[in-house]
Design a protein. Structure first.
Length: 194
């Protein structure tokens, strides 16, 4: 690889990491803390507030990841065609990104429904109660699944990004090299920097 793509790689990876981490924290932390509220109506209100505060950051994370991904596709188009496994990895990442973004958007729609019915109360953020309407219960059940699908999709993207990195590293990794090869590589790296 003659050129460096640090900015777009960072956008791709940091976007996916924020998407994964924020979504996982929301499913565990936001919902878990809201579920501890004594008043059943507070559970839905608090979880809705927490998720609403995360939404703009989540949209930004998905967008940054997508922009970085498009940039990587453009800059690595030749390698993608010639290197075994690279095209399949790219196709998988495109499908996972689209699916994850779709589930993320649909979760926002479901979250708005839950917020609209917060006054009905519930057993938990994504667990209907005896006073929950059919619309609220349906939204909560779907949201319960979606909120775990999002970190599954975004986490898979991080793993596939690591696979791409392994594909690019060449035959021998740093730990596979002999001492002379390491010294030679360090010297070359220093020359490039200076």
């Amino acid at each position: 690889m003659a050129e460096r793509n640090t900015l777009i790689r960072s956008m791709h990876d940091l976007g996916a990491a924020a998407w994964f981490g924020g979504s996982l924290m929301g499913a565990v932390g936001v919902n878990g803390s809201a579920d501890a509220a004594k008043d059943p109506t507070e559970r839905l209100r608090l979880s809705s507030i927490g998720w609403a505060k995360w939404t703009p950051w989540q949209v930004a994370a998905v967008g940054v990841h997508a922009i970085g991904g498009i940039g990587l596709l453009v800059t690595n188009r030749r390698r993608s065609v010639s290197q075994p496994g690279a095209t399949a990895n790219n196709v998988a990442k495109i499908i996972l990104t689209a699916a994850g973004a779709g589930v993320t958007a649909y979760s926002g729609v479901l979250g708005a429904k839950v917020a609209k019915h917060a006054d009905e109360g519930a057993e938990g953020s994504v667990t209907p109660g005896s006073t929950s309407s059919a619309e609220l219960a349906s939204a909560q059940r779907q949201l319960k699944v979606c909120q775990w699908l999002i970190p599954a999709f975004s986490g898979s993207l991080i793993v596939l990004g690591a696979v791409h990195g392994e594909q690019q590293r060449g035959v021998a990794g740093l730990l596979d090299l002999g001492p002379d090869e390491v010294v030679h590589g360090v010297r070359q790296a220093v020359r490039k920097v200076l």
